[in-house]
Design a protein around this ligand. Structure first.
Ligand code: SF4
Ligand code: ZN
Length: 420
C-alpha cells in the first residue's frame, strides 16, 4: 500500500506560494553556491536492498555549525528503488528538486545539476530549519509525485567540502556526461517518434513544443529522452508521442503527423509548424526560452541573445525587448525562442543554411557553446574555430561595426542568399 505524505515534518511552511520568494543577502543565514564551490544534486537508482526508506543522513556540518552569511558546499544524493524505476527517469525527478526546495518558506533555489544555488533565510533558520529538512522535503515530494516508480527513497546530504568535491567530480559529473552522451548518439532520423510538451500552457495557452533528439525544448530543460521518460511516467501527462510517418517537406522539417498533433494540442490555435526553419512556419515560443534568435538583415545572418545577457544586441533590442515580441505562443517568422543546447545542433535553422548564419552572440554564451558549435561547423562546412568569426558585445553592438568585423573575418553568411 502506498501512502501519500500530506504533512512534511519541517518547522516552516511548505507551499507553492513560496516559490517566487527571494532571499536577500542581508536576510540570509547561509548559502550554497555551485558556481563557486563544489555542489551537486543527483537522483541515483539503486537496488531496494541497498537503501532504507525515509533514512536521511547529513554528512558534514549542519547549518548551525556554519558561519552566518557564509558560502558553503552541498551535494544531495537521492537514492531511489522501485521495480518500475528506470535510470531514464532520474533527470526528470531531479528537475523537480528546484520546485520542491523553492516551496519551502524561507528557502530559495535556482539552477540544477552541479550549478544549483540555495539560500536559507535567518527567519527559517531561527524557526529551526536545518539542512536535514531539505532531505525531508526531497523524500516526501519524490515519494508523493513519483509513487508509480519509486517504492523506497533514501537521502544523503553532504556538506563536508571534501565529500562534496568527491560526489561532484566522481559521481555526479560522470553521470551527467553519460546522459548527455546518450543523447548525442541520437538523431532526428534515428528515432521513430517525437514528443509534444505542453507544460507551459499554464502561462502560454496555445504553446506547444515539439521535442526531437536534435532539438530540445526551448526552456533547455526538456530533452527528447526527458520527454520520453515524462510520457512513460505519466502517459496522460504533458508529453505525448508524435509520429513522423508522413513528411511534407524534409527541408524545413514539416510532417503531417506533427501538424495534426500541434493543431490538437494548441486547441486549433496553430495549424502547422516546421522543425528546422525560423522563416517558414517556425515553432512558437512561450516565455521561458533560454535564448532568442532573430534575423540581422545587413549581414544575412542571425543574432542570438540569452536571458543572462542584459546588454544591447546589434538588432537594437535587448533580450526583454526581443522576448516581448517573440513570446506568447504565436508564430513570429524571423524570430524564435530556443534552448542553448540547440545552438550547436545540425538542425539549427537547417532550412536557412544552419549555424553558418550565426553572426553574433553574447561573449559568455559564445564561450559556453563554442565546443559544440565549432565541431558542428567543422563537420558541416569544414570551417575551423567558427566561433572566432562570430561577433559579440566586446566587438560590436550595432550593425555597421558588426558587418565590418564579419567582412574582415570573411564570415560565410555575407555571401549567402538573403533570408528575406
Ligand atoms: Fe515543455 Fe520546456 Fe517547451 Fe515549456 S518550454 S512546453 S517546459 S519543453
Ligand atoms: Zn515555457
Amino acid at each position: 500500500i502506498k501512502i501519500k505524505i500530506t504533512n512534511i515534518d519541517i518547522p516552516v511552511a511548505f507551499a507553492s506560494a513560496f516559490e517566487g520568494e527571494i532571499i536577500r543577502r542581508g536576510d540570509m543565514q547561509v548559502e550554497f553556491d555551485g558556481s563557486r564551490v563544489d555542489c551537486a544534486e543527483l537522483v541515483q537508482t539503486v537496488d531496494a536492498s541497498e537503501i532504507e526508506d525515509h533514512k536521511i543522513t547529513v554528512v558534514g556540518p549542519e547549518a548551525d555549525e556554519m558561519e552566518l552569511g557564509s558560502k558553503n558546499s552541498i551535494a544531495y544524493v537521492v537514492k531511489v528503488a522501485g521495480k518500475n524505476m528506470q535510470p531514464d527517469f532520474e533527470p526528470v525527478i531531479e528537475r523537480k528538486f528546484h520546485n520542491y526546495i523553492n516551496c519551502i518558506e524561507g528557502v530559495y533555489h535556482t539552477g540544477q545539476r552541479d550549478m544549483q544555488r540555495i539560500r536559507i533565510s535567518k527567519d527559517a533558520f531561527n524557526a529551526g530549519f536545518r539542512i536535514k529538512h531539505i532531505g525531508e522535503v526531497l523524500y516526501a515530494s519524490v515519494k508523493n509525485e513519483f509513487d508509480a516508480v519509486v517504492d523506497k527513497c533514501e537521502v544523503v546530504i553532504y556538506t563536508d567540502p571534501a565529500e562534496c568535491t568527491r560526489i561532484r567530480h566522481e559521481v555526479a559529473i560522470p553521470t551527467f556526461d553519460k546522459r548527455d552522451d546518450r543523447l548525442k548518439s541520437l538523431t532526428d532520423e534515428s528515432v521513430d517518434v517525437y514528443y509534444s510538451c505542453i507544460l507551459c500552457q499554464a502561462f502560454s495557452p496555445s504553446h506547444v513544443c515539439v521535442v526531437t533528439p536534435e532539438r530540445l525544448g526551448l526552456c533547455g530543460a526538456v530533452s527528447w529522452l526527458d520527454a520520453k521518460a515524462t510520457n512513460e511516467l505519466d502517459p496522460n501527462g504533458p508529453c505525448q508521442v508524435i509520429t513522423k510517418e508522413r513528411p511534407i517537406d524534409e527541408r524545413i522539417g514539416e510532417y503531417e503527423d506533427v501538424n495534426e498533433a500541434v493543431q490538437k494540442f494548441s486547441q486549433g490555435a496553430l495549424q502547422d509548424v516546421s522543425l528546422y526553419s525560423i522563416m517558414e512556419k517556425p515553432m512558437t515560443s512561450c516565455g521561458c526560452f533560454e535564448c532568442i534568435c532573430g534575423i540581422e538583415p545587413f549581414s544575412n545572418g542571425v543574432v542570438i541573445t540569452n536571458r543572462e545577457y542584459a546588454g544591447m544586441t546589434p538588432l537594437g533590442m535587448t533580450f526583454p525587448e526581443l522576448a516581448s515580441m517573440t513570446g506568447g505562443g504565436v508564430q513570429t517568422p524571423g524570430f524564435m525562442g530556443h534552448g542553448k543546447h540547440f545552438i550547436g545542433s545540425k538542425k539549427f535553422m537547417k532550412a536557412e543554411g544552419g549555424i553558418e548564419r550565426i553572426v553574433w552572440m553574447p561573449k559568455e554564451l559564445k564561450e559556453t557553446v563554442a565546443e559544440r558549435v565549432n565541431a558542428t561547423a567543422k563537420e558541416l562546412y569544414g570551417i575551423d574555430n567558427f566561433t572566432d568569426m562570430i561577433g559579440d558585445e566586446t566587438i560590436a553592438t550595432d550593425p555597421e561595426t558588426l558587418v565590418a568585423f564579419l567582412t574582415e573575418k570573411n564570415h560565410p553568411a555575407l555571401s549567402m542568399e538573403p533570408m528575406m
